[in-house]
Design a protein around this ligand. Structure first.
Ligand SMILES: *[C@@H]1O[C@H](CO)[C@@H](O)[C@H](O)[C@H]1NC(C)=O
Ligand SMILES: *[C@@H]1O[C@H](CO)[C@@H](O)[C@H](O)[C@H]1NC(C)=O
Ligand SMILES: *[C@@H]1O[C@H](CO)[C@@H](O)[C@H](O)[C@H]1NC(C)=O
Ligand SMILES: *[C@@H]1O[C@H](CO)[C@@H](O)[C@H](O)[C@H]1NC(C)=O
Ligand SMILES: *[C@@H]1O[C@H](CO)[C@@H](O)[C@H](O)[C@H]1NC(C)=O
Ligand SMILES: *[C@@H]1O[C@H](CO)[C@@H](O)[C@H](O)[C@H]1NC(C)=O
Length: 451
């Protein structure tokens, strides 16, 4: 679009000298209503002005340019969207230092506006003030890119429940697009958008079911906006899934004897991680020598009075948990107990000093490996292999016996059934049942048939 006005000479050389008074008069009194389109009929002789639309980021600097054609020295007036005159032929009229005239040639008038805000938006008027005054509008658009969005937790995530998270971008123009991502897959959210005059606030809410394994899972909320030229503003969020604690006592393997030391560690999970770990002994107080440091319970120089069940407990807001350990302290058996003649319950006083050093070194291992060691009434799980072998043997013997019995019984029954059919009308099975039920009588009856 080109604005044209009748070619008119302007004899005044420099309007910059014009007084502020006169400027303010121009500012408010320029009678734009008198604009006519008289020039349109005669383009050849016309001066013209052209304005370009401009889009700028908030806080940035806008350049507003008015291109002149056939400029003959007329007064060029630039006005803001409220129709206040910013510059009157190159002279500042409005006191706003953010506006600067940077160029005024025969072809181009250019002003800049620094620190642009959304309130600066609108049409800027480039006009030639002549007998017939015409103007052209440069539309200034301000875009407001979103800040990195924030995440609000609407409902805290408890194991087995749902997490409700809202991603918020409080201010953007045009409205930003929000996207929830998990492992580069989008989670569809419920989007709501609010118009705050010039800018928009946008939010996107997701609800996701959570399990314990989701604790610490990474979610992203991305803000996508034309003013970010392909970049994204990403908020990283780690799921915090609350769950009740689990407790497990890590205990030593192998048997413990008097004089050994015991170290139990309580391994705890939970979110939040329980801060206090409670050690106790069931139906008793903890022994004097028990030392608790953090998750570890230590008892040095065990004695049989330490026998008992030890409990580790922990709790958080979501539940409590406990694990127990049963301590059995065996007598301090000297190496000599390995001799078959030694009584099983050999007192600890048995000359440990006389033990040959080499044997002494092997002692603990021998104890564990030698099933004959009377002292090695090993812990339940250590005893399992022997129990299994014994059980298998017993089963084998039992099976053989059963097979024998069945074989004998079968041959006997064959014989008996002949007799049964001859001797009575009783059903064979009923007979056998009877034998079971009536015990002696039946077996006597059976004996009869067998005769
Ligand atoms: C307006 O300013 C331009 C550039 O400085 C000058 O050439 C022109 O003569 C001025 N016009 C008037 C009427 O003062
Ligand atoms: C400038 O913007 C206005 C309003 O948005 C529009 O009507 C006009 O066509 C635009 N002019 C150009 C040259 O793009
Ligand atoms: C830019 O303008 C805003 C208000 O629109 C103001 O708060 C800020 O201080 C200005 N910044 C500068 C550098 O002038
Ligand atoms: C148990 O025996 C070992 C050596 O076999 C000895 O060092 C320790 O003092 C004994 N402990 C007790 C309580 O008798
Ligand atoms: C603790 O004592 C109660 C009765 O006083 C008994 O029923 C329970 O079995 C005991 N527990 C242990 C582990 O000894
Ligand atoms: C401790 O446990 C061991 C192994 O069961 C047992 O032999 C001993 O008699 C117990 N001692 C006491 C004091 O209960």
């Amino acid at each position: 679009m080109t604005l044209i006005s009748p070619g008119k000479r302007n004899t005044q050389e420099d309007q910059r000298g014009i007084s502020t008074m006169a400027l303010s008069v121009w500012n408010y009194c320029v009678p734009l209503a008198i604009i006519t389109a008289a020039c349109l009929v005669n383009t050849a002789r016309c001066q013209a002005v052209q304005a370009e639309n401009v889009t700028v980021l908030e806080g940035g600097t806008a350049q507003i340019s008015c291109r002149l054609q056939n400029y003959d020295g007329s007064i060029v007036v630039i006005q803001n969207p409220r129709r206040q005159t910013l510059f009157f032929n190159g002279t500042r009229a409005l006191k706003d230092d953010r506006f600067q005239m940077v160029l005024f040639t025969q072809r181009l008038v250019r002003i800049t506006l620094t620190n642009v805000s959304v309130s600066d938006e609108g049409g800027y008027f480039c006009q030639l003030y002549t007998d017939a005054t015409h103007h052209q509008v440069a539309t200034l658009s301000v875009s407001v890119p979103p800040e990195t969005p924030t995440v609000e937790v609407k409902q805290e995530a408890v194991e087995g429940g749902e997490a409700e998270l809202t991603c918020v971008s409080p201010r953007s123009k045009p409205a930003t697009t929000l996207r929830w991502m998990r492992n580069s897959r989008e989670i569809p959210g419920v989007v709501s958008q609010q118009d705050n005059g010039k800018t928009f606030s946008v939010s996107s809410t997701i609800r996701i079911p959570v399990e314990r394994k989701d604790n610490g899972a990474a979610l992203n909320c991305e803000a996508i906006h034309p003013a970010l030229s392909g970049q994204k503003r990403v908020r990283h969020y780690r799921l915090d899934v609350y769950f009740a604690p689990t407790v497990r006592i890590v205990s030593p393997t192998g048997i413990l004897r008097e004089g050994d030391s015991l170290s139990l560690t309580c391994s705890i999970t939970g979110n939040p991680l329980p801060r206090d770990i409670l050690w106790s002994k069931i139906n008793d107080t903890l022994p004097e020598r028990a030392e608790i440091s953090g998750p570890t319970l230590q008892i040095s120089r065990l004695s049989q009075s330490h026998n008992g069940t030890y409990l580790c407990q922990a709790q958080n807001n979501y539940g409590r948990a406990a694990d127990h350990y049963t301590l059995l302290v065996y007598e301090n058996v000297s190496v000599t107990t390995m001799a078959p003649t030694t009584p099983p319950t050999q007192p600890t006083t048995t000359k440990p000093t006389t033990t040959p050093p080499t044997t002494s070194l092997l002692e603990p291992e021998s104890r564990l490996l030698d099933p004959e060691d009377p002292g090695a009434v090993v812990e339940t799980h250590s005893a399992v292999p022997y129990a299994v072998i014994g059980g298998v043997l017993a089963l084998l013997v039992f099976t053989v016996i059963c097979v024998l019995i069945v074989t004998i019984w079968c041959s006997v029954r064959q014989k008996g059934s002949y007799l049964t059919h001859e001797a009575s009308g009783l059903d064979e099975h009923g007979e056998v049942q009877e034998a079971f039920l009536n015990g002696n009588d039946a077996s006597q009856g059976k004996k009869e048939y067998l005769l």
